[in-house]
Design a protein around this ligand. Structure first.
Ligand SMILES: NC(=O)c1ccc[n+]([C@@H]2O[C@H](COP(=O)([O-])OP(=O)(O)OC[C@H]3O[C@@H](n4cnc5c(N)ncnc54)[C@H](OP(=O)(O)O)[C@@H]3O)[C@@H](O)[C@H]2O)c1
Length: 302
């Protein structure tokens, strides 16, 4: 039902390559497309698949078009490629934000006889095995074949052990603001605050037992990731802008509590945090996990 030919726009990128490998394993005929030929050729050779620089030619030939390019460019790319697609072909993006992309895909499947779905893999290019990872899926719409195609696509992902969570663009972007934008921001701020203190990380590490070490390693893992995408996840998401406003108010409240030595106010915030998290699945084991992570770090020679 899905056809055999898949075009991956952004095929030389991190996720493009992950999905290229995935679809090749599933027996698809892959074509990678991007702008820089040298990188594209290298990616195609690595995966043992074809590459193409001509967008029109490759879209017209594809049964499935995957768009895996930066967030800001994705809606425009969808607008460009959807009029060129074969009847009943399927298009999906993998962008980390869904508001703008969903609108563009909805327009496309209203105008053309194609099938549109939007995916957000909750993993990055470093993934080794998709088992037990999450993929968010937003159904958009399409032709009479829509349900069969989407069910076949979902079945492919499930075979690999992926958990599929379905949602809508508003809920998606709010949750991504909280689950990606917020932790990214807190860690970027953490490192910048330390930098402004003029203390070196190595010197601070000599004074640390547990909490700082774990926090530092987590922040260091984040600061090595995709700067452009991390910026877009925060700047392009209106839901994140609202979270920032909430944070600003919370910091002002917190500052007042600390400066006024308001123990009651501090305890109130602490207990609110405790009560909010106490029924979470990880809560009971969190302190044990903390020491499991510490065991790994303590084995290292610093
Ligand atoms: N990385 C993650 O952890 C992650 C996780 C979930 C979702 N995502 C989403 O996946 C998408 C891709 O992310 P990524 O990390 O794989 O990015 P990436 O490594 O920067 O790769 C981007 C790819 O897009 C190509 N490209 C950029 N602009 C293009 C254009 N106008 N036309 C054709 N090709 C273009 C690039 O090659 P050229 O520059 O040579 O054209 C490259 O192949 C993003 O929308 C991101 O939000 C990423």
């Amino acid at each position: 039902m899905l056809g055999k030919k898949i075009l991956i726009i952004g095929g030389s990128g991190g996720l493009g390559k992950v999905f290229g490998k995935f679809f090749k394993k599933k027996g698809f005929e892959i074509t990678l497309l991007a702008r820089n030929e040298e990188r594209l050729k290298k990616a195609a050779e690595q995966l043992g698949v074809k590459y193409e620089l001509d967008l029109k030619k490759s879209v017209e030939d594809a049964d499935i078009v995957m768009v895996s390019i930066p967030i800001k460019s994705t809606p425009e790319m969808i607008k460009t490629v959807t009029p060129l697609m074969k009847k009943n072909a399927l298009i999906f993006d993998v962008t980390s934000l869904k508001n703008a992309v969903y609108k563009e895909l909805s327009n496309a499947c209203d105008k053309y006889p194609i099938n549109c779905v939007s995916l957000h893999p909750m993993f990055g290019p470093g993934i080794k095995d998709m088992k037990n990872y999450v993929m968010i899926l937003l159904r958009v719409g399409g032709t009479k074949q829509y349900n069969d195609k989407i069910n076949d696509l979902i079945a492919l992902f499930k075979e690999e052990g992926l958990n599929i969570t379905e949602t809508n663009p508003k809920t998606h972007d709010l949750r991504v603001a909280l689950t990606l934008g917020l932790p990214h921001m807190l860690n970027i701020l953490f490192l910048n605050l330390l930098k402004r203190s003029d203390e070196s990380l190595s010197e601070l590490t000599r004074y640390t037992g547990t909490t700082f070490l774990l926090q530092k390693v987590f922040a260091e893992s984040i600061i090595q990731r995709e700067m452009e995408m991390f910026g877009e996840i925060q700047m392009e998401n209106q839901e994140f802008h609202e979270i920032l406003d909430m944070l600003e108010k919370l910091i002002i409240e917190y500052k007042k509590i600390i400066k006024n030595k308001d123990t009651e106010g501090f305890n109130k915030l602490f207990i609110q945090g405790f009560n909010y998290s106490k029924n979470d699945d990880h809560f009971k084991y969190s302190y044990n996990y903390f020491y499991d992570f510490m065991k790994i770090l303590k084995k290292e020679k610093m």
